[in-house]
Design a protein around this ligand. Structure first.
Ligand SMILES: Cc1ncc(COP(=O)(O)O)c(C=O)c1O
Length: 361
């Protein structure tokens, strides 16, 4: 598709692949509209702006996430308020969300202007509980499904919840355009406004006319062609990642104290990354010891996302915590999970783990 796009001479910011990519991704998310952008972060930023987030506003954000979710809030001059994760999905805990909102009713704190709820490691948050809570308090929802394309919650696809959903096509994601993202939504006005802001807010006129400040956030037609090619193989990629998880499960099957990232009932996941948590008392080793062993064998594994409330960049902001994300960060590890891994590469990781477990007796 990339070569077709080159041949067709649409080496320009707009073109048929861009339109088709938007329609295909929107359909996957069961949304009416898609706006292809230069990154998932850009999509979060424009979603918040268009939902009316103003400087000084509070925006609720999952604390257990990649930094982009929180950065987008600060780009608007707003203040993230971090909510801890739940064990069942590792995503925003509905109980803590409810507590935070209920407390504001009785305090003088204004209601948050929006909430960014993240679907971490390829699994949707518990929207069956989260959506009614946010609706009750009239807080608009942005679903950060950057990591979750192809996943679903109770039969509804990732990015279909709330006012807007966001995907990332960054290089490490299941579907990549090397860099890119998309905002999907059902409101035509929102899609039109986001498309306008993403193209420097240029007004329709023969000259360059601008009534407001815009951004250079549009995805190019060429990269959309890359995305379309990738999208056609989404199911195989998910299958491959599921098979990788299964391999790792077998390796750890006999070991006590090692758990995998949970898959909640009513969830289908895209297996973006296979992660484990290690209880050192039961397992007899720590996640970091395993990481260092693999590193010595030139196998890269990584700690889970460091929660935003632990980051110096966000230390000043309010957080509602119960220790879940702290524990996950302290005990967790992401194992190599790329869909492009060969069988030999998977075997090499498994051998590395087996050797490590063997040494530990
Ligand atoms: C949860 C989450 N949100 C947002 C983003 C931002 O996406 P991008 O890198 O396309 O800006 C990412 C990943 O990169 C992510 O993992």
């Amino acid at each position: 598709m990339l070569l077709d796009a080159l041949d067709s001479n649409w080496v320009a910011p707009v073109g048929p692949d861009l339109d088709a990519f938007e329609a295909e991704v929107a359909a996957l998310a069961d949304r009416r509209f898609g706006v292809a952008l230069s990154s998932g972060t850009a999509a979060l930023h424009l979603a918040l702006l268009e939902l009316g987030v103003q400087p000084g506003d509070d925006v609720l954000v999952s604390t257990f996430t990649f930094v982009a979710s929180a950065n987008a809030v600060t780009y608007c001059g707003a203040r993230p308020v971090f909510i801890d994760a739940e064990e069942a999905t590792w995503n925003m805990a509905p109980d803590l969300l409810e507590e935070e909102l209920a407390q504001r009713l009785h305090a003088t704190r204004p209601m948050p202007a929006a909430a960014i709820v993240v679907d971490l490691y390829g699994q949707c948050a518990d929207y069956e509980r989260i959506v009614p809570i946010l609706e009750r308090y009239r807080v608009p929802l942005v679903e950060d499904a950057a990591e979750a394309i192809g996943a679903s919650h109770r039969g509804r696809p990732a990015a279909s919840f709330g006012e807007a959903g966001v995907f990332s096509f960054n290089g490490n994601k299941l579907i990549t355009t090397s860099g890119g993202g998309m905002l999907v939504c059902d409101d035509e006005r929102l899609a039109t406004r986001v498309r306008h802001l993403a193209t420097q807010a240029r007004e329709p006129a023969p000259h360059y006319e601008h009534a407001e400040v815009g951004y250079n956030y549009r995805l190019s037609n060429l990269l959309a062609a890359v995305g379309r090619g990738q999208l056609a193989g989404l199911d195989e990629r998910i299958e491959r990642r599921a098979a990788i998880r299964e391999c790792y499960r077998q390796v750890f099957a006999d070991g006590a104290g090692v758990d995998f990232n949970p898959i909640a009932e009513h969830s289908t996941v895209n297996h973006w990354l296979t992660c484990i948590t290690v209880d050192p008392e039961q397992a007899g080793f720590t996640a970091d010891e395993l990481r260092l062993h693999l590193e010595a064998a030139d196998i890269e594994s990584r700690p889970l996302w460091k929660p935003m409330h632990q980051q110096r960049a966000f230390a000043e902001f309010r957080a509602r915590l119960d220790g879940t994300s702290d524990r996950l960060f302290a005990t967790g590890l992401c194992l190599p999970s790329g869909s492009g891994m060969t069988d030999a590469e998977i075997d090499r990781v498994m051998s590395g783990v087996v050797e490590f477990l063997g040494r530990r007796g």
